[in-house]
Design a binder for this molecule. Structure first.
Ligand code: PLP
Ligand code: TYF
Length: 398
């Protein structure tokens, strides 16, 4: 039955974790996968999460089924975080939100919803984008097309080219995937003016925006990071938002995210939401409870919420501080390339502009693990390894 099957290669990012783990060089550095690390290279459970878990352990009184959307009280938590407390869109009841197994689960449910209900819609993604976007939408039978985004010459955004391609090629009803902030893999974000242009474009051409918000809080602030998304949501008829709590609550393995769908009015939103429910049932029946229970426990207790906000601020400040240090140390190392663009990027990642050959040499000769694309996960840098890292890059780049 299975004789004809050929093994496929796994996700190269996840393979980097294994390769780094097996490396015995004491100087090894892991700048691979997008998991936040502190100055000791650890990914500890946030203190606010630990406290919420203690409360849950004591108060949890049942593990019975929750229902396809997860915990009902979680809907408001998602909307307050993503749209901002007091956003009139929440009171309008045009938005419905469901708990999902991570941001990945949200994207998969969105992909199934699009595939089954928006016939012939194609999905437009940035070039480059998170590798899973392509696989999730392909597996749901949605054609994936890409628009220019990253400019290797300037290490910046090709916004004019992006718009030119979209203007020439989108069809009414196509879906436009945008990263809310902290673009994965480049670290190069759309600015507010770009969101305004894209909002008008979505309306002119009858597109459905799908915004992927996986790193809220890692760029400039919890509200600041979603200002562009909120502008768009306030000015379009429909939007889908897939968000992840994996990074900003540090609950990666608990699989907690949300999918929000906005329609033109309450009845339309409820109808669309029931169809989203159908996609959920056919996929995984219902989401795991624990991650959402942790997020809910934190967000519904002012003292825990304040502590969590402080912890997000610390993670963000550490990453942004590392960007400054990297730029300064790389310049001081005498490297020929100008790396100052690293401090203009935002979030977990930096597209470093290192070539595949340079990345491979850093891996084989220096035990420095960077994705093949040259994407570095910045929080893997620390005061303990930054000198070795910058000296090694200088040697390899010249
Ligand atoms: N979207 C992007 C852009 C991501 O980088 C990630 C990261 O893992 C996700 C979605 C999915 O996150 P999760 O682990 O919550 O499924
Ligand atoms: O891009 C990253 O590193 C994160 C984590 O299949 C990730 O988004 C990477 C690959 C994957 C799942 C999560």
């Amino acid at each position: 039955m299975f004789k004809h099957l050929k093994a496929v290669s796994g996700d190269p990012l996840l393979a980097l974790i294994v390769a780094h783990k097996q490396d015995t060089n004491p100087n090894k550095i892991d700048l691979g996968v997008g998991v936040y690390k502190d100055d000791n290279g650890a990914t500890p459970v946030l203190s606010s999460v630990k406290k919420a878990e203690a409360i849950l352990l004591e108060q949890e009184d049942s593990k019975s089924y929750l229902g396809i959307y997860g915990a009902a009280e979680f809907e408001a938590i998602i909307q307050n975080l993503i749209l901002g407390e007091g956003n009139p869109l929440i009171a309008s009841e045009r938005v419905r939100s469901t708990q999902t197994p991570g941001g990945t689960g949200a994207l998969k449910v969105a992909a199934d919803f699009i595939s089954a209900n928006l016939k012939d819609a194609r999905l437009w993604v940035s070039d480059p984008t998170w590798g899973n976007h392509q696989s999730i939408f392909n597996s749901a039978g949605v054609e994936v097309k890409s628009y220019p985004y990253y400019d290797p010459k300037t290490n910046g955004l090709r916004f004019d080219d992006m718009m030119a391609t979209l203007k020439a090629e989108v069809k009414e009803g196509d879906v436009l995937l945008l990263h809310a902030c902290c673009h994965n893999p480049t670290g190069i974000d759309l600015q507010q003016g770009h969101w305004e242009v894209l909002t008008n474009f979505v309306n002119e051409r009858g597109l459905l925006p799908l915004v992927d918000a996986a790193y809220q809080g890692f760029g400039d602030g919890l509200d600041e990071d979603l200002a562009g998304l909120r502008h768009m949501a306030a000015n379009v008829k429909n939007i889908l938002i897939a968000n992840s709590f994996s990074k900003n609550f540090g609950i990666y393995r608990e699989r907690c995210g949300g999918l929000s769908i906005m329609a033109e009015n309450k009845d339309e939103a409820n109808a669309a939401f029931s169809i989203v429910g159908q996609a959920i049932r056919a996929n995984y029946s219902m989401p795991p409870a624990h991650g959402a229970a942790v997020v809910y426990t934190i967000m519904s207790r002012p003292e825990l919420k304040a502590e969590w906000e402080q912890e997000v601020t610390e993670m963000r400040n550490r990453i942004n501080g590392l960007r400054e240090k990297l730029v300064a140390k790389l310049a001081a190392s005498g490297v020929s390339k100008d790396f100052s663009f690293i401090k203009d990027q935002r979030g977990m990642f930096s597209y470093s502009g290192l070539t595949l050959e340079q990345v491979r040499t850093l891996r084989s000769d220096y035990s420095i693990y960077i994705a093949d694309t040259g994407r570095m996960s910045i929080s893997g840098v620390s005061d303990n390894n930054i000198d070795y890292l910058c000296e090694s890059i200088a040697k390899v780049v010249g």
